[in-house]
Design a protein around this ligand. Sequence first.
Ligand SMILES: Cc1ncc(C[n+]2csc(CCOP(=O)(O)OP(=O)(O)O)c2C)c(N)n1
Ligand SMILES: [Mg+2]
Length: 568
Amino acid sequence: MSNERTGGQTVAEAYLTSLHTCGIKHVFANSGTDFAPLIEAMVRMKSDGRPAPEFITVPHENVAMAMAQGYSKITGEASCVMVHVNVGTANAVMGVMNAKRDNVPVLLAAGRTPVTETGHAGSRDVLIHWAQENFDQAGIVRENVKWDYELRAGQPVGTLVQRALDIALTEPQGPVYLQLPREVLGDEARDVGPAPRRALGTTPAVPSGRMIEEAAAMIARAQMPLIIAGRSGRTAAAFHGLGDLAVEHGIPVVQGLHSSIASSNPMYLGFATKDVLAMADLIVVLDAPVPWVPHNMRPRPETKLIHIAHDPHFSDYPMRGFESDLAVAGDPTAAIDMLRVALRDALREKHAQVDARRSKVSELRNAILARRAAVIEQAKDSAPIYPAFVAHALNQVKDRDAIISDELGMPLPFLDFEEPNCFLSGSSGGLGVGLGQALGAKFAARERQVITCCGDGSYMFGLPTAAHYVGRAENLPTLTIIMNNAMWYAVRRATLGMYPDGMASKANKLPLVDLTPQPDYEKIVEACGGYGEKVEDPAKLVSALERALQKVADGTSVTLNVTTRARE
Ligand SMILES: Cc1ncc(C[n+]2csc(CCOP(=O)(O)OP(=O)(O)O)c2C)c(N)n1
Ligand SMILES: [Mg+2]
């Protein structure tokens, strides 16, 4: 074994080279004693001028995983996080769960505490090396990753990095986990494995033409088809393609937690409601694991249902019972294009029907917009500030391609988006992702405005000191809007939803809901070189937002602590 400068390269060096060759430019990292061979390798490689990914210091794994998500969602590329052995993995687990449900291709790597007590340069040399050994370290994350493996002595690290990324990037995409033992990283690299000869992942499977014809025929037989768009808008082509399909064929679209169509599209009807669902006699569920919540609303029993997704049965969900008449497997982006073309034939004789539908949709849309305007009108002078009014103010000041990293508090039906990849939400609800996701997005698109909208609870879950530290250290200025209702409103709503006439509904203060006394949240960013303001008066909101966005444009991170009403 040799890890002398003049000797052969170490596995750690080969690992860094392999990441670079596979297109990983940055690693969001939180280090420990297992990183010794990597840090040595980084310094060696830099002094030799050998290319390697840039490692970003992120002082909490939760923030690192959230940054990876923001980065991948904006670039469409794989991202990489590296953490310290079992304990770092434990802190990263919630991020892994979020990445799994959002289908984000993250390579999470973790060191392994040395397993030998003597005999290697990397053998145990501090007390914690005994304490940090688990019988099954990957077991901590196994349920929530697509693949996990431990690099063994003598194995080609490049082959494993490529395999990990191939699997993460293959649809349905998701996180993978690679363990890198310290002794192995410090060994001399014998066989790195061949460099990749193609783009990693696989070309997504295109839906069968026959199934698309069948879907088009079913749509043509319907009086009032409806599209429920889930995550399809994560590709720009699908975002624009769905808008074009809807307009060309007069099919209304509602969406869930993701932005899948331009808010100004004449066929866009906001979010699924009981009335909209009941109106449809055919629904196309486009890449949506949970198109509606049956406990609260469902389509009519005779309504035909078509599900289109890479895996329309969402086999990684343990329990899921949505009916379907047609399940089409394949790339939603391709499906939209194919359906748009197939519908030209299928609807050839149906102009009158399509026109009637268009005018019905336009009536419904006008009613939605009128209701929205009425809420804003009623809210405009009211303090504490209505969340809908914050959304309305934000629509006025944000750039057309501004990125919103959302985590509770902001009522989505009031936010407008015209471009794809402007709205980053989380579907699995592991709180604490908003701030880090915004940083990852800014890292990926420094030229764009990036704004976190989060509840006061979510702000604390997001580890603001760690997040604002990274914002300053990496020069990633963002705006954070705290929708501060001084409580965990979602918990209150859940209690009153389950027991509308229960004892809790009559109590003044509920246990486990209140978040007072409140910290001066706006001061936390100031401790990290940023600027903070508290906003209590709705009349001052727009000017506060404008001031904040100007400061962000000038390079300073800003937090606006907005006192909001406990309601949607
Ligand atoms: C890691 C984690 N812990 C706890 C929860 C449960 N939870 C869901 S919403 C919520 C309250 C969030 O409060 P806040 O961000 O202030 O938003 P609000 O509900 O007040 O709008 C909690 C605690 C969760 N989803 N994730
Ligand atoms: Mg709150």
